[in-house]
Design a protein around this ligand. Structure first.
Ligand SMILES: NC(=O)c1ccc[n+]([C@@H]2O[C@H](COP(=O)([O-])OP(=O)(O)OC[C@H]3O[C@@H](n4cnc5c(N)ncnc54)[C@H](OP(=O)(O)O)[C@@H]3O)[C@@H](O)[C@H]2O)c1
Length: 299
């Protein structure tokens, strides 16, 4: 999402981002998240166009249909466009996972949940057609809320959930055991909570004042981090390492969708995925804090 500029160019961010992607592929990363909304596929395309591992990659893309301003009306042509443009821009023959977002303005469950069946019926028709054409693999939901997740998964249309998940944002963990039992999957977005749960940002006192996490919107998340730090004690010697391992403790978590903007970040995250993992007790301890204190409102 942030690994390159929104316009093609050779600015420092885009140069570092492309090197990071090359490094990730070189070290064996084979699952890549993208969206037309980020404006960064031009840089992914430059790396992937002639890459020797191009055909080994599995892609997950965002498919927001209906989008915020579509009045809740599902448009098959728009759904297909999101897939076809991704195939073209990512230089691939197949998108492994579609991350469906059912949006509305305002994006409340009151507006979205009653509309699920009206959306899913035509969506499954176009999804099945794309699957027959060999262009897509699995359909998952990015539910925004647990109530929506419950209703959407109840339809049987989705093979899994894609959502935020880290020591602070544990809402969706209530579905983990059920997903696992059904042979479905969970893709974890933002295991660092947008960078907060790293050695660079976990201690807010040492962060430059202009850092994005100095915004008041992050106050509540830092408050929760203090509670978690107290509970975890000396189990956390490095937040960067702990956050990655934590997100992978539960076996239903199929993969992590983590923002990596430099070669150094790629190396640190892939190194963090190695080594000894905390046991399941750490997952339960963090979930207890989450259940006792409720969800955190964060950007
Ligand atoms: N609705 C959706 O579908 C949705 C929403 C949000 C995100 N996403 C996807 O999820 C991905 C991850 O989300 P995210 O980037 O917000 O959260 P994240 O993965 O939790 O955090 C990534 C950020 O952490 C920092 N970082 C990475 N490696 C680091 C390291 N080794 N040490 C210190 N800091 C490190 C980087 O920030 P700096 O480089 O700025 O330090 C990076 O941008 C996005 O790129 C996007 O593809 C999807």
């Amino acid at each position: 999402m942030r690994f390159a500029g929104r316009e093609p160019g050779s600015d420092a961010q885009s140069v570092a981002g492309k090197l990071a992607l090359e490094r990730a592929l070189e070290r064996g990363v084979n699952f890549v998240h993208s969206s037309f909304e980020y404006g960064t596929r031009w840089a992914m395309g430059e790396v992937m166009r002639s890459h020797s591992k191009r055909h080994d990659l599995h892609h997950v893309i965002k498919v927001p249909v209906p989008d915020f301003d579509d009045g809740g009306v599902f448009d098959k042509a728009k759904f297909r466009t999101r897939v076809e443009e991704a195939l073209r821009e990512l230089h691939t023959d197949r998108i492994a996972v579609l991350q469906h977002l059912q949006r509305f303005r305002p994006n409340s469950d009151d507006n979205r949940i009653p509309n699920i069946s009206a959306v899913n019926e035509p969506m499954m028709e176009i999804f099945e057609k794309l699957r027959e054409e060999g262009k897509v693999g699995y359909l998952t939901t990015f539910p925004y809320t647990t109530d929506f997740a419950r209703s959407a998964m109840g339809t049987g249309c989705f093979s899994g959930i894609v959502a935020y998940y880290n020591t602070i944002e544990m809402e969706m963990s209530e579905f983990f055991d059920d997903l696992q039992e059904k042979g479905q999957g969970f893709l974890c977005i933002r295991p660092f909570m947008a960078g907060l749960l790293t050695d660079r940002r976990a201690d807010r006192k040492v962060l430059p004042l202009e850092d994005r996490n100095q915004d008041d919107l992050w106050d509540e998340a830092y408050g929760r981090l203090e509670l978690i730090q107290a509970a975890m004690g000396d189990q956390v010697t490095s937040w960067t390492s702990f956050a990655i391992k934590f997100a992978l403790i539960h076996p239903v978590v199929t993969s992590l969708i983590v923002g990596l903007n430099s070669v150094e970040q790629v190396d640190q995250v892939l190194d963090a995925a190695d080594g000894i993992y905390p046991d399941r007790g750490v997952f339960y301890a963090a979930r207890e804090i989450f259940r006792d204190h409720g969800a955190v409102v964060a950007p």
